[in-house]
Design a protein around this ligand. Structure first.
Ligand SMILES: Cc1ncc(COP(=O)(O)O)c(C=O)c1O
Length: 456
């Protein structure tokens, strides 16, 4: 172990392949189904929404997939990212734990989302796509895609969940700076949006609603495709540049994590960070760390939702995927962690939770803002509310080490900064935030609408 605080790689250490965990799964993924026939879908069913290059990645079971040179050249703008030892936080907590955090907030748009927005825009460009639609919750994904589309000369339309649109005007400005058009969702632009506005004009919106709007536009226009910032296999795979770099950075630290903690909205930062480590365990190369996925108690997908077939969006336009879900009609309370307000979870994350490789924990928002403040006062970085969920559990685990007199290495993914989330902090310091009770009745209602599938 060294006495260093930051562990840095060189540009030449940027990974040249993505890691596909599907190659190492002890049980294959349940198939994605056509909602009409309930039969597994084929690549052609996804072709109206995604370019073939990404569809091939979605279903691939090849372990390593080459990263195109043009994508690596853009990754050089912010990769490799640094690993920090949080020595000042350790001291403030008076813990024997060794706390590490991996920082993805130094990317141009402020989070890990550029790791996938760039390859997604690239594969669309290669296949001649002119326009891309998407949803955004926190605004981090919308900004990342707007930037990537701008780099590749593709038009970008972003449906931004209403509550985030109101909370984060500067995220909208950033997307517009990159040339994207931004609509508050639900919007009058689409049939799905109009139907929801008619029923509930004051809705806070949800990622499931915004996805319906973005998918609807893409499906109608042959020159347009849809891009998703999380959940799908190829998105999770693009993020594995994080975990591959992490393995090299831990060698520099001459240490190895016992506990690995990430927040999970659709699962992409957690996957990117943890899948290369889980892969080593699945291949029998190491004993493996405890991997913890942290979600908000207001949207407890993994801790309260069944592992069942469901739609990815409210208007039920997507295929059926097997995942932890609270029901596609569930509209989570308007918490400030907009990126964690999704009714479902990435099917790969869900599968690994079912296999016992990932533990899930839900946490209330006051504890996460307290943890974020504690972290900022020690380490100087203002975290986004989403990774503040992971920081809160990191602090809990570090305090447990203190109670038990154990020195464990705890690794947290600080996947984005909170510079555009200051309204959340203003509200927190003004005492205006409260914890939402588990919305049991609303979830029960939404779960009652789950599609019934074959032998389930
Ligand atoms: C900073 C940040 N962290 C986490 C998330 C959650 O997404 P995922 O679980 O795919 O990492 C988001 C989503 O928008 C985000 O913006």
């Amino acid at each position: 172990m060294t006495d260093q605080t930051r562990f840095l790689l060189n540009e030449k250490d940027i990974p040249t392949t993505w890691y596909n965990i599907q190659a190492d799964l002890p049980e294959p993924m349940p198939p994605v189904l056509n909602p009409g026939t309930q039969q597994p879908i084929g690549p052609e069913d996804l072709a109206p929404l995604f370019p073939m290059g990404l569809i091939e990645q979605e279903v691939s079971t090849q372990r390593e997939i080459d990263i195109p040179g043009e994508v690596i050249d853009i990754y050089r703008l912010w990769r490799p990212t640094p690993l920090h030892r949080a020595r000042r936080l350790e001291k403030a907590l008076d813990t024997p734990a060794r706390i590490y955090y991996n920082y993805e907030g130094g990317s141009p748009s402020g989070s890990h989302k550029t790791n996938t927005s760039v390859p997604q825009a690239y594969y669309n460009k290669v296949e001649g796509v002119k326009r891309i639609t998407t949803e955004t919750g926190a605004g981090q994904w919308g900004s990342a895609l707007a930037m990537a589309c701008n780099f590749f000369g593709i038009d970008c339309k972003v449906f931004m969940v209403r509550v985030s649109f109101d909370q984060k005007p500067y995220r909208k400005a950033m997307m517009e700076m990159f040339g994207a058009e931004v609509f508050p969702s639900p919007s009058p632009e689409t049939a799905a949006g109009r139907a929801i506005l008619e029923k509930d004009p004051d809705t806070t919106g949800s990622l499931g609603i915004a996805i319906s709007e973005a998918v609807e536009l893409a499906a109608q226009d042959p020159d347009c495709r849809y891009a998703l910032g999380s959940v799908l296999n190829h998105v999770l795979m693009h993020q594995t540049v994080i975990g591959q770099e992490l393995i090299e950075k831990f060698k520099l630290a001459d240490d190895w994590p016992d506990i690995v903690i990430g927040c999970a909205g659709g699962g992409s930062n957690l996957a990117g960070f943890a899948f290369p480590l889980i892969g080593r365990k699945l291949r029998g190369e190491e004993k493996g760390a405890r991997i913890i996925a942290v979600e908000p108690a207001a949207c407890p997908t993994m801790t309260k939702g069944p592992h069942a077939y469901d739609f990815g969006d409210v208007a039920q336009m997507t295929p059926l995927v097997k995942m932890h879900t609270l029901g596609s009609g569930f509209v989570p309370p308007g918490i400030h962690a907009g990126g964690l307000r999704y009714h479902g979870m990435g099917p790969l994350i869900s599968h690994l939770v079912e296999l016992g490789e990932i533990e899930a924990v839900a946490i209330h928002q006051l504890e996460i803002f307290e943890a974020a403040t504690r972290f900022a006062r020690s380490e100087g970085i203002v975290p986004a509310p989403e990774p503040a969920h992971a920081l809160a559990i990191t602090i809990r685990e570090a305090l447990r080490c203190k109670e038990e007199g154990q020195s464990r290495a705890i690794l947290c993914n600080l996947c984005g900064h909170g510079h555009f989330d200051m309204q959340a902090y203003i509200d927190y310091f003004a005492g205006k935030l409260h914890d939402y009770e588990y919305p049991e009745e609303e979830i029960a209602m939404a779960l009652a609408g789950l599609p019934s599938v074959g032998s389930e």
